[in-house]
Ligand binder design. Sequence first.
Ligand code: ADP
Length: 638
Amino acid sequence: MSSSTKKFKTEVQHLLDLMIHSLYSNKDIFLRELIANAADAIDKARFTALTDKKISNEWAIDLTVDKDKNLIRISDNGIGMTEKEVIDNIGTIAKSGTKAFMKALEEKKKSEADVPELIGQFGVGFYSSFMVSEKVEILTKKAGSDESAVRWTSDGKSSYKIETAEKEEQGTEITVFLKDDAKIYMENWKISEIVGKYSDFIEYPITLPYEKVEKEGEGEDAKEIKSIEIKTLNSQKAIWLKKASEITEEEHESFFSHLSHDGGKPAKAIQISAEGTSEFKALIYIPEVAPFNMFMPDFQKKGLQLYVRRVFISDECKDLVPDYLRFLKGVVDSSDLPLNVSRELLQDNAQIRKMQKTITRKTLSELKKMKEKEPEKYAKFFLEFGKILKEGIHMDHENKEKIKGLTMYETMNNEAGKLVGLQEYVDGMAPAQKEIYYITGESRKAVENSSALELFRSQGFDVLFMIDPIDEWIMPSMGQFAKFQFKSATKGDIELDEKSKKSSEKVISKAAKNHKDVLEVIQKELDANIKEVRFTNRLTDSACCLVGEENAMSAHMERMFKSMNQEVPVTKRILELNPKHSLVASMQQLFDADKANSELQKYAHLLYDQALLTEGSPIPDPLAFAKNVADLMVKAVK
Ligand code: ADP
């Protein structure tokens, strides 16, 4: 039997030193790492087994504990290692992840406080076992090789011992002699908790013996019979690796509830199998119901679960999906990311960006399909998650058009609660209509009676109700849809067909001429509040309304800013009058009878207040308004 002691390379020593003295709180990951190594080793052996009959194929990862000896052992019947491989793989740092880790450590050297955090982020494989152990032993036999087995032992300080050893079966046994403060890792509940969290979907059974006590006989003669039961701790069901047709509805439901930690159901399952530049499999769900905490910060921190070759890596890899798809639940399992990929690397990683692109493209196309083929289901989805999806119009330039096509709104010509997609709106446009009209406000009730809608009603045009708080923010990014410009019903001029345009222009210019004096009185009286007073073709029933200039802030936006106690620049708007309304004629009569009649000033203020009230804005002086109305009422009865 040969035996020798070798020194660790300096960088390994440095790393081990950090591990041993690590204060990092999540020491659980050592087990995850060792199990992942075992599963990798079985993967390799299984591959070789395809051609080599000698190799075992009852694959398993067996965990055992020995409380007398203070140890936990992880055994696999995988590929194993030759002596040279042990020296090459374990005594050195060849992996890119570890190199990056060491580099980061160098940079952080000055502030030792960050070191434990870094260790957690990197998960440096086998070495992490030294966080919990006084000594680690590897006993390994290479599959299909005539070389004898090898034992590697180290306390992780400066050297390791390597010797030939006895082992019949192929594979590797890692024995971790636990430190006093790490005895918890010999408790079955703890081991099973860690496996459940990190290694549940490992394809091979991960077993652990449990002591079973059974009673035999009755009363005083009863005897306790102890036996050992081997339990499999992991479900092994990596259902995302199955073919879509092989996954049952029940499996989807139970997997979804495992992911979402609530009793809800998925509305749709999206399966992705990406090959080529980035290889990964994904099973992603669109939930049926939005979780209550969707707008809270801790929800926004979590993303899809990232796995690397069936090993759980992180559920905080936000970059797997764009923010506006953050309601998705699911698993992404990469074949080409390294297992010890760091969180920092995950944050700005070309590979992850590629995955994000594929996931986004596929999700948007599934949503489109759902919208076309299952409109009712889609409308439900949109009510739950539309608010979030719309953020994409602002944030994702590349997919903006697709997202616009997925949005839906209530409209003036449809009953409350019925949602209409933009394509449907455009398809239903009157031939004379040249733009897509919308009005923003806080609710249907607040906008549907707006006097600014009268013209559209009279022309048979429909108007989109943008009544989600986010709509106001998104509108500037909307631009066009299907070559039609979006146009606020409460701003600027409305384009009509030539004939109507000509006739309404005539009415307006005639009124402006006939009622020039009245306009002047109003302008003078309301100079502090309005930019201009003019006649409009916008109104059919109401006497007046307030409109903004093309690029001005809408009244709704102004109210939103004010409700957040934000300074709002004062933007004077335009008071538009209905030339056909009898109030205009009455004011003219008053003026003609007595130019200086103080009633005229009251009328001017009442017009302005009316316009504010109908659009849902507060009036500046409610007392004065009430007094003016009361005075006029008394007058009317006299
Ligand atoms: P990583 O697994 O990220 O490569 P580790 O430090 O955990 O890093 O392991 C280093 C190498 O040691 C592995 O790449 C593998 O070649 C070898 N190894 C570790 N554990 C086992 C095992 N259970 N069976 C066979 N080889 C192993």
